[in-house]
Write a protein of this length. Structure first.
Length: 345
């Protein structure tokens, strides 16, 4: 239940919302929703910034008090339920009016509950969640107390949730309880008017985080960025800009952007080369994260300080070091020895 973004904090509203056609439509719908606490589902490809949009909704919603809590439904859902105290409260079955007992969890401190990757919940977990969330109509009629009265639930998914319901992978009752409003977060390839704005924000933030000079993006690189399809969306752009800031404006950075040096067409059509391109992009992201972690360790010499500089938790840093093949101790020892030799001279 942590924020694993490499850049900490929430970007300015102008960066989050942008000015592309798809984001203007999203803004138009949000303008009405921010005055309510209706449940929302954010749909969009992986890496499009659904979590950032959910934080924008939380920060700008009227009458939403309490904390923003993120639950990754792949890893954290069961743990989250175990941590929440619950009681059994009385209600009445809608079908026959008979009294029933329903679990009521204590969510008094939650303002927004963000259920990331909600379509990944098993059918058992979906049923459990359905029982924990009050029926809005039943609560409004006074049949059940509503502990969620002042909270908002936001789900996110990279899948078409309606299609998941049709194919019996997502419970219809839970869909109607959660997906009161479905908002589409457009992919980066459809946000060319926003791409350079986001890149410039990331460039400045990474430069500040690492205490490095702010290096301008050369025209050749800007042109290549606009031509590229960004299959990893904003997450891929974030890693690429980090690579650029840390390693400098080298020709290698240009080559790694596309894998073939020519740029990918910004099109919705899937071609035989997309699978290979995505694999190249995945390998590039792993390499960038590895180099970024090494740089942070060399600069700070402490795992905790490096994690803080990267904007991630200590535990997340440990996991990422394992994923990219970095030993957890060697870099800190090397830094300590270097500092010791410098002191002796």
């Amino acid at each position: 239940m942590t924020n694993d973004n490499l850049v900490t904090g929430v970007p300015p509203d102008a960066v989050i919302l942008g000015k592309s056609v798809g984001m203007l439509e999203l803004q138009r719908r949000l303008a009405r929703l921010l005055a309510t606490n209706l449940p929302i589902v954010l749909q969009g490809e992986s890496g499009t910034g659904k979590e950032i949009v959910s934080k924008f909704i939380h920060n700008n919603s009227a009458g939403i008090d309490g904390a923003y809590v993120k639950i990754n439904c792949v890893n954290d859902y069961d743990t989250f339920l175990e941590l929440l105290p619950s009681t059994m409260v009385g209600g009445r079955d809608q079908a026959n009016g008979e009294p029933v007992l329903t679990p009521q969890i204590d969510v008094s401190g939650i303002g927004t509950l963000f259920l990331d990757e909600i379509a990944e919940l098993s059918l058992r977990q979906q049923l459990q969640l359905l029982h924990l969330l009050p029926d809005r109509q039943d609560s409004e009629n006074g049949n059940l107390p509503n502990p969620w009265a002042k909270a908002r639930i936001i789900g996110s998914t990279g899948r078409d949730l309606r299609q998941e319901v049709k194919e019996n992978r997502f419970r219809r009752e839970l869909f109607y309880r959660l997906a009161v409003v479905i908002l589409e977060v457009p992919p980066l390839r459809n946000r060319q008017d926003d791409l350079l704005l986001i890149a410039d924000y990331l460039r400045q933030r990474y430069s500040e985080n690492f205490g490095l000079p702010i290096i301008p993006l050369p025209p050749a690189l800007l042109e290549r960025m606009l031509r590229y399809g960004w299959p990893g969306n904003i997450r891929e752009l974030e890693n690429f800009i980090c690579h650029y800031v840390v390693l400098g404006p080298e020709e290698q950075v240009l080559r790694e952007l596309t894998g073939n040096g020519e740029g990918a067409a910004t099109t919705e059509t899937i071609t035989p080369g997309v699978t290979l391109l995505r694999e190249v992009a995945r390998q590039t992201l792993v390499k960038v994260e590895r180099e970024m972690i090494v740089k942070a360790l060399e600069l700070h010499g402490s795992l905790k300080q490096a994690a803080s500089a990267l904007g991630i938790s200590y535990r997340t840093l440990m996991n990422k070091m394992d994923q990219v093949g970095l030993p957890r101790v060697r870099h800190v020892i090397r830094r300590a020895k270097t500092s010791s030799r410098a002191d002796e001279t």
